[in-house]
Structure formats: structure tokens, C-alpha cells
Design a protein around this ligand. Structure first.
Ligand SMILES: *[C@@H]1O[C@H](CO)[C@@H](O)[C@H](O)[C@H]1NC(C)=O
Ligand SMILES: *[C@@H]1O[C@H](CO)[C@@H](O)[C@H](O)[C@H]1NC(C)=O
Ligand SMILES: *[C@@H]1O[C@H](CO)[C@@H](O)[C@H](O)[C@H]1NC(C)=O
Length: 315
């Protein structure tokens, strides 16, 4: 099944050499229009996202991370997600903040390949986000788990963002000075359908074509303006956007954003990011396992989501 998804149709490689822009304030997220017009009479080239062609100047629809069509190239608009999007994140070693919480609900202390979020319980689903955790250690020698890679898949595309192996003290390798200088030991590798591709160097997106449309990958500043760090972001055509970010004095972070259309009650989404129903969690937290049952035991919950397919890529 997974192997059949590997059909790689085409790669539209756009140049990406622009410096990081400052976020544009007060973005009007409602200006995107879906018309198949090659230049909208403005003279600029159109851009494709998903299976839709957008005229020059339009802001993308159906995504949480916003991009604007600038004469044939998608450019990111800051790093704040669209209002109303679901947010799941993890930082540290790693402390998970699921969709329905704005605080850490549990930490993961085991290595493995896990489902982060997907629409349903099958392994795999039609699209989703998986993550690979590996053992890593604090300078004190205590073993925790670190984010090694994050994988987004949809029909015809498997895209992984991979960090260096956390086999030695990742705090030294990925500290702020190295990260800001894009140091070789803390760079993020981009894999598309099993092949290494150049990691985007700016906010202008590279575009990869799957069976259902185009998916975008670009570099953005970390959402925390206090940090001179960067993230590599993926915007899928099915309503998920995500970013893998370097972090200062700590382990890497990831963010997954889900479009408001994916919020349902009962939930459409399941995985380590847990459900997204719009109902605040009540303590003690009920987590939903891969078998569809709920549990207050976070180890049972976490283990149930192990063994995710497709496997996150590591070199
Ligand atoms: C996770 O997947 C990778 C393949 O990318 C594999 O090498 C690794 O052994 C897997 N980890 C576990 C704990 O199964
Ligand atoms: C990860 O660390 C734990 C605790 O030290 C150890 O038991 C386990 O074998 C390690 N797993 C891997 C895949 O290295
Ligand atoms: C990268 O790692 C190697 C081996 O661990 C080390 O010798 C080198 O100094 C590191 N470079 C940077 C820029 O951190």
C-alpha cells in the first residue's frame, strides 16, 4: 500500500534565494479567490496549490500557514497560523501540547515511530503526520527522547524533515549560534519520496506535486520572535501545515496546524495530538488510543500510536 503511494509524478522546483522577510501584519486571509486565470489581467504569473491555480497577488486558501502568490512563486506571510486553526506542538524532550490544550499534557520518553495526527485509526490513513523519536541524553547523562524527523504524507507524496542524529549532546550541536548560522550539525534535511532534496533557504516555497495536487515546503522564522532560529515548514493540500524548528538551549520543536474544517465532534483527527472537537479537555485527561478506546493512562495511549506507517525517514 505504502509503496504504491510512492509514485512520484513531477517536481516543480522553484528558485528560493530570497532573504527571510519580516512578517506582514494585518494579513487579510479572505482575499484568495479560486479562478483558473493565468494572470488575472495583472501581468504576473499565477501559482498552483493543491489542484487550484491562483492569480498573482492572491493569498492561499485551505492552509493554516499563509502564503501569497508573487509573480509565479509562493511566498510565506509571517509565521503566525490562520486564526481558528488547531495547534499541536512539542518541545523539549518532548513535552506534548495536544490540539485541545494550551499547556503540556504529557511527555514522551520512548523512541519509536508514532502517528502524530491523521483522520482516523488506520495505519496509514490517506494523509497524516508521523514522527520519529530517538534516545538522546542531557549533559548529565540522563536518557530522554528527541525529535529526529517528522513526516507528512498524502497521495503520491511522502515528505520528511530530518534533524541530525541526537546520539551525542544535542544541546551543544544545536545551540543558538550554530542554528542561526545554519551550522552543518544542526541543519534540517528534506526528503521527498525517499530522495534528499535541497532544503529551502528562504520563504519562497518549493513545490512538490503529488497525486492530489501541489504541496509547499519553505523556510520561516521561528514563531517565537525572541529567537533568531528557523523552521522548515510543509503545507499539505489536505488541511495540515507543520513546521520543524531549531531551538535555543533546548531540543527541537515541532508544530502541526489543522484547518478549522478538520475540527469535528466526534473528532475526525486522532494520534499523539489526540482529538480535535473544540471541547476543552477535562482532568483527568481521556486520551484516545489507536483502537478507538479512551484511557487516562498516557503510556497506554502513547504506545498504541507506535509503529506508524509510512515510516519517518532517517538517514
Ligand atoms: C523508525 O523508522 C526508521 C526508518 O526510518 C527505522 O530505522 C527505525 O528503526 C524505526 N524506529 C523504531 C523504534 O522502530
Ligand atoms: C533507549 O534508552 C532506553 C533507556 O536507557 C534503553 O532501555 C533503550 O534500549 C534505548 N533504545 C534504543 C533504541 O536505543
Ligand atoms: C560538527 O560536528 C563535528 C563532529 O561532531 C565537530 O567536529 C564539528 O566541530 C561540528 N561543527 C560545528 C559547526 O558545530
Amino acid at each position: 500500500m505504502t509503496a504504491k503511494l510512492l509514485l512520484f509524478l513531477a517536481v516543480l522546483k522553484l528558485t528560493s534565494s530570497d532573504p527571510m522577510p519580516e512578517p506582514e501584519p494585518n494579513v487579510n486571509v479572505n482575499v484568495g479567490v479560486n479562478v483558473n486565470d493565468n494572470n488575472n489581467g495583472k501581468g504576473g504569473l499565477s501559482c498552483v496549490f493543491g489542484d487550484t491555480c491562483y492569480p498573482d497577488g492572491c493569498i492561499i486558501e485551505g492552509t493554516c500557514l499563509l502564503l501569497k502568490c508573487c509573480n509565479g512563486h509562493w511566498k510565506c506571510l509571517g509565521n503566525e497560523p490562520r486564526p481558528g486553526c488547531g495547534k499541536c506542538e512539542a518541545h523539549g524532550d518532548p513535552h506534548m501540547v495536544p490540539y485541545e490544550s494550551n499547556t503540556v499534557l504529557y511527555s514522551i520518553v520512548q523512541p519509536g515511530n508514532f502517528t502524530l495526527t491523521q483522520p482516523g485509526f488506520s495505519n496509514p490513513e490517506l494523509f497524516g503526520v508521523n514522527i520519529n523519536f530517538e534516545n538522546c541524553s542531557w549533559p548529565s547523562g540522563s536518557v530522554v527522547s528527541c525529535i529526529r524527523s517528522i513526516t507528512y504524507y498524502e497521495p503520491g507524496l511522502i515528505i520528511t524533515l530530518e534533524l541530525p542524529p541526537p546520539d551525542v549532546d544535542i544541546l551543544d550541536k544545536c545551540d543558538q549560534s550554530y542554528a542561526y548560522a545554519n551550522g552543518p550539525n544542526c541543519s534540517i534535511t528534506l526528503w521527498v519520496n525517499g530522495e534528499v532534496r535541497p532544503t529551502p533557504t528562504g520563504c519562497e516555497a518549493d513545490s512538490f506535486t503529488g497525486t492530489d495536487g501541489n504541496v509547499l515546503v519553505f523556510k520561516q522564522k521561528h514563531i517565537s520572535k525572541a529567537l533568531n532560529l528557523y523552521c522548515i515548514a510543509i503545507v499539505g493540500s489536505k488541511g495540515f501545515s507543520m513546521a520543524l524548528c531549531q531551538h535555543s538551549g533546548d531540543f527541537p520543536w515541532f508544530y502541526v496546524y489543522a484547518m478549522p474544517s478538520l475540527k469535528k465532534n466526534p473528532s475526525l483527527l486522532y494520534g499523539l495530538c489526540d482529538v480535535w472537537t473544540g471541547t476543552p479537555p477535562i482532568a483527568p485527561m481521556d486520551y484516545t488510543t489507536r483502537s478507538g478506546t479512551t484511557t487516562t493512562n498516557k503510556d497506554v495511549f502513547v504506545t498504541s500510536w507506535e509503529g506508524a506507517l509510512p515510516l519517518p525517514k532517517t538517514s
